[in-house]
Write a protein that binds this ligand. Structure first.
Ligand code: AMP
Length: 214
């Protein structure tokens, strides 16, 4: 499987990537998650990325492309394929991704464009929490963890992301429209985009993607 999940923040890309990856044994590559790990490990890349992420801005294309190219060139990814979650987010990133994949001989199969109304996105993001270790996603109302504050999967602390604050959420939505919506058109022109209504339950969305993929 070689697919991209694209859509505004909070639309459920991470949840779908985990469901699809779990079922098919295909690793998901989340650029946001990789940045968060770098931030936690306090690497140079993490410190640099943090300045942008905390304001809801995009990390510059150059470093983002380099970071993702390195992951995609991993032999394991060549064998198993990938689910890209959160990358590419600009047309420049999409162009570079085409070059990297052509070089590896791994053409994209599908790009799923997930959409949901803004009000739903804001309410989903407002209660969202993520595991600091394995990245599992929870929601204070719709999907609380069994033991408050700790992950059901690996028992590590779960936290609200610093960029899930109302002002930052609005900025991320604005950037999505400006920078990332054109990426959906880019793949539409290549005949790869399939539009998915992600305002429904995660399980229903997942079934839709799966049946389209198969
Ligand atoms: P996410 O977890 O996908 O919502 O990403 C969190 C944040 O990481 C984003 O708001 C951006 O600041 C940064 N980020 C993630 N992916 C990218 C990307 N492809 N290009 C630039 N910045 C990114």
């Amino acid at each position: 499987m070689r697919v991209i999940l694209i859509g505004p923040p909070g639309v459920g890309k991470g949840t779908q990537a985990a469901l699809l990856g779990g079922r098919k044994g295909v690793p998901s590559l989340s650029s946001g998650e990789i940045f968060r790990r770098e931030i936690e490990a306090q690497t140079d890349l993490g410190r640099m990325a943090q300045r942008y992420i905390s304001h809801g801005e995009l990390v510059p294309n150059g470093v983002t492309i380099e970071m993702m190219a390195k992951r995609l060139r991993d032999p394991e990814i060549r064998r198993s394929g990938f689910i890209l979650d959160g990358f590419p987010r600009t047309v420049r990133q999409a162009d570079s991704l085409q070059e990297i994949l052509a070089d590896l001989g791994l053409p994209l199969q599908r790009v799923y464009s997930l959409y949901a109304p803004d009000e739903l996105i804001v309410s989903r993001l407002s209660g969202r929490m993520g595991c600091t270790k394995c990245g599992a996603i929870y929601h204070s109302l719709s999907k609380p963890s069994t033991r408050e504050g700790y992950c059901d999967v690996c028992n590590s602390p779960i936290v609200v992301r610093t960029d899930d604050q109302p002002d930052t959420i609005r900025e991320r939505l604005r950037i999505f429209r400006e920078e990332t919506a054109p990426v959906i058109e880019f793949y539409e022109e290549l005949g790869l985009t399939r539009v998915i209504d992600a305002s429904r339950d995660a399980e229903e969305v997942y079934k839709d993607i799966l049946s389209e993929l198969e």
